[in-house]
Design a binder for this molecule. Structure first.
Ligand SMILES: [Zn+2]
Ligand SMILES: [Zn+2]
Length: 103
């Protein structure tokens, strides 16, 4: 007897409400999730990995994560405020040029 077992992905539509596709701009994107199943004789029998929710467009087939990670602002571009008067300072200033307050 030969057992044909393997892991296969299975796409599941979580939300049937059409959403705006970030690529083509049409409301043809659906929230889907790709789970991984252990399949036996090509029949999924057990879910072993729960996938992340992905917005998949039916029209252009572009897939994008619904919660894109935002780039954290880098240290140098972050505005620095004076601890004394609250005015914006250039990064690295030790004394405020407006009020002379020490930072
Ligand atoms: Zn699209
Ligand atoms: Zn100041």
């Amino acid at each position: 007897m030969i057992l044909i077992a393997g892991v296969s992905p299975k796409t599941k539509t979580i939300d049937p409400t059409p959403r705006l596709c970030p690529s083509c701009g049409l409301a043809q994107a659906y929230l889907k999730r790709v789970d991984h199943y252990v399949s036996l004789f090509f029949i999924p029998v057990m879910r072993i990995k729960k996938g992340e929710s992905v917005l998949v467009c039916n029209r252009c087939e572009s897939a994008g994560y619904t919660a894109p990670k935002q780039q954290p602002p880098s240290e140098s571009t972050q505005p620095v405020m004076c601890k004394q008067c609250g005015r914006s300072l250039q990064h690295g200033f030790r004394y405020c040029p407006f009020c002379g307050g020490r930072q």
